[in-house]
Design a protein around this ligand. Structure first.
Ligand SMILES: [Zn+2]
Length: 83
């Protein structure tokens, strides 16, 4: 039995057809009924060996490419003309 943090779980697999359902489309009841085999974690999405799509909204589950902050250092452009 594994322990997962809530935010690690990005989607579930539900029903006999094991449809993928993202957080936005799933109901609280589906979350309650979910077994460990039925969860899709952010880790497995990030591995990129499989691509997951939600069968309800057809959106692709997002890959988190690390925790990149969009802070850009202002570049110091030194334009010294050499003689
Ligand atoms: Zn969805």
């Amino acid at each position: 039995m594994g322990i997962y943090r809530d935010e690690e779980i990005v989607a579930l697999r539900v029903g006999e057809t094991r449809q993928v359902i993202c957080r936005d489309c799933s109901t609280p009841q589906q979350w309650t009924d979910t077994k460990e085999d039925d969860i899709i974690t952010q880790q497995s999405v990030d591995k990129k060996d499989l691509v997951y799509f939600c069968d309800t909204c057809k959106k692709r589950l997002k890959v988190q490419e690390g925790k990149r902050t969009a802070v850009q250092h202002s570049r110091l452009v030194s334009s010294k003309s050499s003689q």
